[in-house]
Design a protein around this ligand. Structure first.
Ligand SMILES: Nc1ncnc2c1ncn2[C@@H]1O[C@H](COP(=O)(O)OP(=O)(O)OP(=O)(O)O)[C@@H](O)[C@H]1O
Ligand SMILES: [Mg+2]
Length: 306
């Protein structure tokens, strides 16, 4: 069996029973959450039989994934397995040669990335993409570019509507997100002054501004130290627990994956080779072979979260 370590203790998790208390303390928008819970479908995202090739290279073949509403579904696999390509297909950056996508019951296969974002899809990227010279709060605000009614011209001239919208946006972010992700103490700091783990948290905050139904996280704890990983896992779990957000997670850190996932899909060389609960996947012989068959030290199978 692969040594997928998971030594975090259960005390850190925020369970369903604690949600109401938590929401009250953090002033989260309960009516908004109740509406989402009422309307959410069982399956938030259906990825059906995706084929994606770059010239002769088949990056994805016959990949199907179901992300159930309010659950954390992880996509794992060795380097080059096609995980980020799959996210690019889901968010609309790559157009697959074949396959279909539905989000909350709606066929989104033909929609542009911005249209998908507008329908409630949001993502973070494998590499940090923040704007230096801007504060944490301003970086987070950029996540709302599809929300502001103001056009580019009025924004450039800072007309009153822009200022009003911005003030309102700042208050919403401070009320709903800054507290949730514990960024209060750094919200006015230049983003480049922050430690790496905090910068990744700012990216998560920016992805949450539109209150997404579906959140795509591409390696949110890559490069973090143990403490930063532990914190990020807790924040991702909190977002799901408190906002009922559906999460699709790519991660090499098996400690995190095994702890917070409800369901796991495994890709190898662009093909799905296994899926199931963490307990099912960790003993699956095909998964073990895919990881141990890599030529280099399989960092993705190492016990990284202690
Ligand atoms: N735009 C592109 N053009 C050509 N080939 C690409 C492109 N994007 C991805 N690929 C190739 O597709 C394959 C899958 O890459 P992808 O980045 O999706 O893997 P991954 O599972 O995310 O890997 P990692 O764990 O290292 O991030 C690789 O062989 C990669 O080189
Ligand atoms: Mg990748």
């Amino acid at each position: 069996m692969l040594e997928f370590s998971n030594s975090r203790n259960g005390k850190e998790k925020i369970g369903t029973g604690q949600r109401e208390d938590w929401n009250e303390r953090n002033g989260l928008p309960e009516p908004h959450l109740r509406a989402r819970r009422r309307t959410a479908r069982l399956t938030m995202l259906v990825v059906d039989n995706i084929q994606l090739a770059f010239g002769g290279l088949k990056a994805l073949s016959g990949v199907s994934v179901h992300a159930n509403a309010g659950k954390i579904t992880s996509v794992i696999g060795p380097n080059g397995a096609g995980k980020t390509s799959l996210f690019n297909v889901i968010s609309g950056f790559y157009k697959p040669q074949h396959g279909r996508l539905t989000l909350d019951g709606e066929d989104i296969s033909g929609l542009k990335p911005s249209q998908r974002a507008y329908r409630g899809m949001s993502r973070t990227f494998q590499n940090i993409a923040l704007f230096h010279g801007m504060s944490v709060l301003d970086n987070i605000k950029l996540g709302a570019h599809t929300k502001l009614r103001t056009g580019v011209l009025s924004a450039a001239f800072r007309l009153p509507l822009t200022r009003r919208e911005e003030t309102q946006l700042s208050s919403e972010i401070q009320r709903d997100i800054i507290g949730l992700l514990e960024l209060d103490h750094v919200q006015h700091h230049p983003v480049e002054d922050l430690a790496y783990g905090l910068q990744k948290r700012v990216e998560l905050a920016r992805a949450l501004v539109m209150k997404p139904k579906l959140l795509l996280l591409d390696e949110p704890v890559a490069g973090m130290n143990r403490e930063e990983k532990r914190e990020m896992s807790r924040f991702v779990a909190n977002v799901r627990n408190n906002w009922n957000t559906t999460v699709l997670l790519i991660e090499h850190d098996m400690g995190m994956v095994m702890e917070i996932s409800d369901h796991i899909v495994v890709l190898s060389f662009g093909k799905p080779i296994a899926s199931g609960t963490p307990d099912e996947v960790r003993v699956n012989p095909d998964v073990i072979k895919a990881y141990l068959g890599t030529s280099e030290e399989p960092s993705s199978t190492k016990a990284t979260a202690a």
